[in-house]
Write a protein of this length. Structure first.
Length: 390
């Protein structure tokens, strides 16, 4: 990839931050200049140190609410003005958005939007019904952002399919799998414990069902992750032992020790924590959903997310059968080797180049993007103009 300047957004609430920082490291190592604009809350001291160690990466921090939070639209509008100001100052070649709504801003440069998750698909998977009417504004704004983009990426076919279903027709799109560095996660001597990792307040992770069956399971069950919901409230656990949000080195040690990793998720478009567990030599017990089946194939035991009896049986089976536990862990470890940072970085670099050097007929140049209408007006209509790389 030729040296490319990228303005990339990230939120500090979940796995998108890890993904964005990892990708920024890879791109910067290739000579790129990355401006990472964070929203959702200021980064921790450890996260700030991690950014400072990456040459070619500059962090722009904010606390603007994310588009899926409660009453976010004033913040989202202000964040849009802030992002455009950063773009005006830094003059990036590519705008890489890890959120949706700001795709409809008048960037005047190629825009790639990554769909990590969304409220509409979350609601169907977690609540078993369509999102209620109060999410119509969100859906309309997300649709505008996606349809105004030049290229759309998702981490799995399952996620890309739901984006087409809920917000299509979309611009050209592609699956690019997430990746992690194997050197950060090493199997250690395994201990008789079960670990789950994720936002503990998120019903999609379904940690509560582990709490329901913990008393029946011979091994203790621990859960690591943020407990406080960004809009308030936190879950309570009777038997699962919460560890809170761990620093990366602490989490790697816990994953190295855990013999079994359990995430009976109802919704998980890729699952970085599952990849980390596989790289750490854990046997995997996962929710039986399309995205996790797509990523992990025969490298895990799967249970219906709301079947507590099946979950307990799967854990009992692995606790009792050390040979099966080792076999599953080895299969997951081998499969995890295909989800590397280098593969992810190469795929994004190729996507950037396709946007920067679109195939055009002779004597034609790429047209400039036209300003989009107001992002957050509920009645504005929008038809995508001719765009880069189409």
């Amino acid at each position: 990839m030729r040296a490319t300047k990228v303005l990339m957004t990230a939120d500090t609430v979940g796995g998108v931050w890890i993904y964005a920082l990892d990708l920024a490291r890879v791109l910067a190592a290739q000579g790129g200049e990355i401006h990472l604009a964070s929203m959702g809350g200021f980064v921790s001291a450890g996260e700030a140190r991690a950014v400072a160690h990456v040459r070619g990466l500059q962090l722009h921090e904010s606390r603007y609410k994310l588009e899926w939070m409660e009453e976010p639209w004033e913040d989202v509008a202000q964040a849009g003005e802030w992002l455009l100001a950063i773009a005006h100052k830094t003059q990036p070649d590519i705008v890489h958005l890890n959120n949706y709504v700001h795709g409809a801003l008048p960037w005047h440069r190629p825009v790639l939007v990554v769909g990590h998750s969304c409220v509409l698909s979350w609601w169907r998977a977690v609540r078993g019904e369509s999102a209620p009417s109060e999410w119509e504004h969100y859906a309309a704004a997300v649709r505008k952002g996606l349809q105004a983009a030049d290229f759309v990426v998702a981490p799995t076919q399952a996620m890309l399919k739901t984006l087409h279903h809920d917000y299509g027709p979309l611009p050209p799109s592609q699956v690019i799998h997430n990746g992690r560095s194997p050197r950060l996660f090493q199997p250690a001597p395994k201990e008789p414990l079960i670990l789950a990792v994720g936002r503990l307040w998120d019903e999609a992770k379904n940690v509560q069902i582990l709490d329901q069956i913990a008393a029946e399971v011979a091994w203790p069950i621990y859960a690591a992750g943020q407990e406080q919901h960004p809009d308030g409230g936190r879950p309570s656990f009777a038997r699962v032992r919460p560890l809170g949000k761990l620093e990366p080195a602490q989490l790697a040690r816990w994953l190295g020790r855990a013999a079994i990793y359990a995430l009976p998720a109802r919704y998980e478009p890729f699952g970085l924590s599952v990849l980390e567990a596989a790289l750490s030599g854990c046997a995997l017990v996962l929710g039986d959903i399309d995205s996790l089946r797509e990523v992990w194939g025969d490298a895990a035991l799967y249970v219906a997310p709301d079947d507590a009896e099946a979950l307990a049986a799967a854990l009992h089976r692995l606790i009792a059968d050390s040979r099966l536990r080792t076999q599953l862990a080895e299969t997951a470890y081998r499969r995890a080797q295909q989800y590397t940072l280098s593969a992810m970085g190469a795929a994004y670099a190729q996507a950037y180049q396709a946007l920067l050097e679109p195939a055009l007929p002779a004597n034609r140049t790429a047209p400039q993007r036209q300003p989009a209408p107001a992002l957050w007006g509920q009645t504005a209509s929008y038809q995508p103009s001719t765009q880069w790389g189409r």
